[in-house]
Design a protein around this ligand. Structure first.
Ligand SMILES: [Zn+2]
Length: 838
């Protein structure tokens, strides 16, 4: 008996000493509520905590504490739970519906309430968007425990005056990838040597989500379940303050806002946000970190220009987004030039910033509320000052692309109306700043060096032909996209089905039919014929399913056509004759059966995981087509003859001569290599193709260098890189790679310095930058005149009986470039049909 008591006592005292490092000053704690250490069986910082254990602990807190409740706002691609723990006083929690209504009155410009001090402030403490920046989720556990269990007068005061929404892990799939890595290589004793495996994760590392996307760019684009769940939650609660905890390289200290002074702030952001509020909060963080002896820096780097960060999106919703960056211990302990960084040390800084965020928010409650109210009221007053009353857009040929764009507008609570056969987005609405974000473009900037993109007009991502209007006819409000695309039921025929190829989903329908053994042909010239819907003109690339070519009977073909239509909402016509009133007939040699793509992609060390992930995500989620991912380390023994298409995205491909020959021989047999970004440059450098790079302006070798201040070097050199901008290209609509397009002028996204010279072959330059190419974003005059204007964006180059399709720009950027995805998909599905005439 005595023995057992003794052991328990030892345990508790051990617990307290380990935990006191973090939160001694918030004693006493409710002993009925388990600390993270009691729950997990190890002290925070001893190991990396798996996401399922994080969820289990927060679920436990919600169970045993009357201050907390838990809510699941989504599931990741790998099926992990996305949760939000709500923490406040038991009274507030019981009264939350009422408090929420009072809170939302401040973000509704139609209301004019003034009880700024009476309503608890809404704080969203959000952690770990980058999976391999792990200190923050551990800090989340300590923070949750502190607010659920501490009875210190300070914490009780914060609880009374706030509702805290704690999201412990924004990116659980990435976190667990890194957690597994750090724990499996953890030594005992710990190995602080930076060269140890523990500190050097293998490709693709844990930063990104399942499809290797950076979720800290997806707040605007809303492609992934993690962000979609979060955005849906966000627009129900509109928190006043939102945190975004990160880690940076190990050779550093700690960063909090304000960001880079004079950086390229989003031009539509109220100045008060980044000048007043950030400085006010900054003083709180400085004194809190001073008190625990931690060093930090502010103002030098990072910008909040791109509106899709976790720390910038809240700024566009009347809140204050806060970025924190902790020097990473990446592993449990690591030696740096500033000394040793331990995992508990990094956790303590993030924990301190978490509690301090709540303190600063509570102490400035009235001011933050007034700010949010003014933000939404000024949305309406700003809109009323603009001559633009709204934006209209439509696309008569590609309804599913329009649908995908409207889905993004609705996700951000932007009001959209259907008027006649067009759509209308009025500027006079509380989300006016998001309307601006989606449609407005810029060509002048306060700064020229960007942490990320300098262009984000999402309408251009979707190749929406939109125009600003000064007169408005709103029509019917759209509340959901479910019924936006209406297609008539396909009618049975014994002759042929015809699928319009202009629709974004046509490729998915084509893939579905091919996977089910249906022979599908593509029409290389337009034609006009009578279908079950009457006289119809079909564009380049129209799909034709001749019944006589099929191995399956006409009933089965009909069933599959019906399924393809229902699954992908594409228009399928039936014809009973092959005779066309205009253009080619269906038996023409210009109607050619397509080969089913058998695709592989090189991945692994040296390959840019974002771009590889974009290809994988596109094929998985939109086309439902498998692609084999071949790790570079296995390339030597990979049998390439099983495939007809190879995708190489940007990367550093250090291939041997034998490996290069292997690829070249395989292409020569009639196969297709698709290269993206600097893989296109690589193919040229390695003489895989006989193409050239644009040489750029001639350098004067006799000129004497102008002496410049040393300190300006990073800025001066930085602006020459193309951080991410949108340019117009001119497409050859008759080329198979451009099938499905109706307009010769489309936007492309450029974030590299790959400048392809137009081909010497007259028929091989599929897309060239247009005469007046600038649409949106920053580019220097030197890059514009010397490199961009003379260059091509998309080429095809012949190699033996095969070909290389070279993309200078990334057609699949961040899963959201619906406007250029088709070019890439055409390279996959029509690649082997491309003949480059000599
Ligand atoms: Zn990060």
């Amino acid at each position: 008996m005595f023995k057992r008591f003794f052991l328990v006592a030892l345990c508790i005292s051990g617990t307290l000493s380990a935990q006191n490092y973090f939160f001694e000053k918030f004693q006493p704690f409710d002993s009925k509520i388990p600390s993270p250490e009691q729950f997990l069986g190890y002290a925070i910082g001893e190991h990396h905590t798996r996401h399922d254990l994080i969820v289990a602990y927060l679920t436990k807190l919600a169970e045993v504490s009357d201050r907390a409740s838990i809510y699941e706002y989504g599931r990741t691609h790998e099926g992990r739970k996305l949760v939000m723990l709500t923490i406040t006083t038991p009274e507030n929690l019981k009264n939350l519906d009422n408090i929420k209504q009072q809170h939302l009155a401040f973000s509704d410009p139609a209301q004019s309430v003034s009880n700024y001090n009476d309503v608890p402030i809404f704080i969203n403490l959000a952690y770990n968007v980058h999976g391999n920046e792990p200190s923050s989720s551990e800090a989340a556990l300590l923070t949750a425990y502190t607010f659920a269990a501490s009875n210190s007068p300070e914490i009780l005061k914060y609880l009374k005056n706030s509702v805290i929404f704690l999201d412990p892990t924004i990116n659980p799939d990435g976190r667990d990838r890194h957690t597994q890595w750090a724990n499996m290589y953890q030594g005992n004793p710990l190995v602080a040597d930076p060269q140890d495996a523990e500190h050097n994760e293998y490709w693709p590392r844990g930063r990104t989500n399942h499809y290797w996307f950076d979720l800290n760019r997806d707040w605007l684009l809303g492609i992934h379940p993690e962000s979609r769940g979060k955005l849906t939650w966000y627009h129900q609660w509109y928190p006043n303050v939102v945190t975004d905890f990160h880690e940076m390289g190990s050779q550093s200290s700690y960063f909090f806002e304000p960001m880079k002074v004079n950086a390229s702030q989003d031009p539509i952001m109220p100045k008060e946000n980044y000048e007043d509020l950030n400085n006010l909060f900054g003083e709180y963080f400085a004194s809190a970190l001073d008190s625990i002896g931690s060093f930090y820096f502010t103002k030098e780097v990072f910008d909040g220009t791109y509106p899709g960060y976790g720390s910038s999106y809240p700024d566009l919703q009347g809140g204050l987004g806060l970025l924190f960056e902790q020097a990473s211990s990446r592993g449990h302990k690591q030696t740096t030039k500033f000394g040793e960084i331990t995992f508990p040390f990094t956790i303590r800084n993030q924990y301190t910033s978490s509690i301090t965020t709540v303190r600063a928010a509570v102490e400035n409650k009235a001011m933050l509320r007034k700010y949010q109210q003014k933000f939404f009221k000024s949305a309406l007053s700003n809109a009323s000052k603009s001559r633009v009353r709204g934006y209209t857009f439509k696309d008569d040929y590609d309804k599913n692309r329009v649908k995908a764009f409207i889905d993004k507008l609705l996700l951000h609570k932007i009001e959209v109306y259907e008027s006649g056969n067009a759509f209308v987005v009025p500027t006079d609405q509380p989300q006016y700043r998001m309307v601006q974000t989606m449609f407005e473009t810029y060509d002048t900037y306060r700064d020229s060096v960007y942490y990320d993109a300098s262009a984000w007009s999402v309408a251009n991502f979707y190749n929406m032909k939109y125009k600003p209007v000064t007169n408005l006819n709103t029509g019917t409000k759209i509340t959901a996209t479910t019924d936006l695309v209406k297609t008539d039921a396909v009618q049975k025929t014994d002759y042929a089905y015809i699928i319009d190829y202009d629709d974004y989903n046509a490729t998915a329908a084509l893939n579905y039919l091919q996977q089910n053994g249906i022979v599908v042909s593509s029409s290389f010239k337009p034609f006009t014929t009578t279908t079950n819907k009457g006289l119809t003109t079909f564009n380049y690339g129209t799909l034709v399913i001749p019944i006589s070519l099929q191995k399956k009977d006409s009933d089965t073909v009909f069933e599959l056509a019906q399924k393809a239509q229902q699954k992908f909402q594409v228009t399928i016509h039936s014809v009973s004759s092959g005779y066309s009133s205009k253009g080619i007939d269906l038996g023409s040699r210009y109607v050619s059966p397509l080969t089913k793509p058998k695709a592989m992609m090189l991945i692994g060390d040296g390959v840019r995981s974002y771009e590889a992930g974009e290809v994988w995500h596109l094929l998985d989620t939109r086309v439902h087509m498998p692609i084999t991912k071949i790790p570079m380390r296995n390339f030597n023994r990979a049998n390439m003859d099983k495939y007809n298409t190879l995708v190489m995205v940007s990367g550093n491909y250090n291939l041997s001569k034998a490996q290069l020959d292997k690829i070249k021989d395989w292409i020569g047999k009639g196969n297709t290599l698709i290269t993206i970004g600097n893989a296109s440059k690589w193919a040229i450098d390695k003489k895989l193709v006989k193409e050239k790079l644009t040489e750029g302006p001639k350098k004067d070798s006799t000129a004497v260098a102008v002496r410049k201040p040393y300190v300006d070097a990073p800025e001066n050199l930085g602006k020459e890189s193309v951080g991410g901008a949108i340019f117009k290209v001119d497409l050859d609509l008759t080329h198979p790679l451009a099938f499905g397009y109706r307009d010769t002028q489309i936007p492309v996204y450029k974030n590299n310095s790959v400048w392809l010279a137009p081909s010497k072959n007259e028929y091989a330059t599929v897309a060239k930058y247009a005469k007046d190419p600038h649409i949106d974003g920053f580019i220097t005059k030197k890059n514009m005149e010397g490199f961009l204007k003379p260059s091509a964006s998309l080429l095809v180059s012949k190699v033996g009986r095969g070909r290389v399709v070279l993309f200078a720009d990334n057609p699949n950027f961040r899963g959201s470039w619906y406007g250029t995805n088709r070019l890439f998909l055409n390279a996959l599905f029509l690649g082997d049909k491309i003949d480059v005439p000599d």
